[in-house]
Design a protein around this ligand. Sequence first.
Ligand code: FMN
Length: 159
Amino acid sequence: MIDPSEYRRVMGHFATGVAVVTSCRDDGSPAGLTVSAVSALSLQPTLMMVALDRKSQTHAWIEQCGYFAVNVMEDGRGETLARRFAAGGQEEKFRGVAWHSQTTGAPVLDDALAWLDCRVQAALPGGDHTIFVGEVVAADTREGTPLVYYRGGFGRFVP
Ligand SMILES: Cc1cc2nc3c(=O)[nH]c(=O)nc-3n(C[C@H](O)[C@H](O)[C@H](O)COP(=O)(O)O)c2cc1C
């Protein structure tokens, strides 16, 4: 085993996009958090995976309601959302944030560059995280520039 902080430092060199994964609380109100551990998994069937800390509040809500949406963040406003969804209580996270339900009921953020609506197909143990495998039942995109995360900071994709 290597030191966890060294592992974090090294993996920080793997540039990723940034997404807000959303779900619903038992009273129907929205929940969500910022994630970088997102990946496409399978084409047939269409599956994707997100890795969530078992201590995160959103983890519990996804387990309970069985669905989630992956909202890909855009440069600019997306950075503000990413910072907000990485901290604070769930009510504050969604204050002034426009969202709607698509197929599953998971909140799709109006400002997302791309979104994928997923039904949980499996929840696999992964150390202090859980890998949620979701079947993608609806998805769409719009034009824009993606937000990037690299070595602990947000940046912009320059082609
Ligand atoms: C850029 C970035 C990427 C993150 N990626 C993940 C991730 O992949 N999985 C995770 O569980 N937390 C990740 N986090 C941390 C969560 O967003 C943070 O712990 C959040 O406060 C959890 O919210 P919740 O407890 O309300 O669900 C990330 C944070 C940032 C800023």
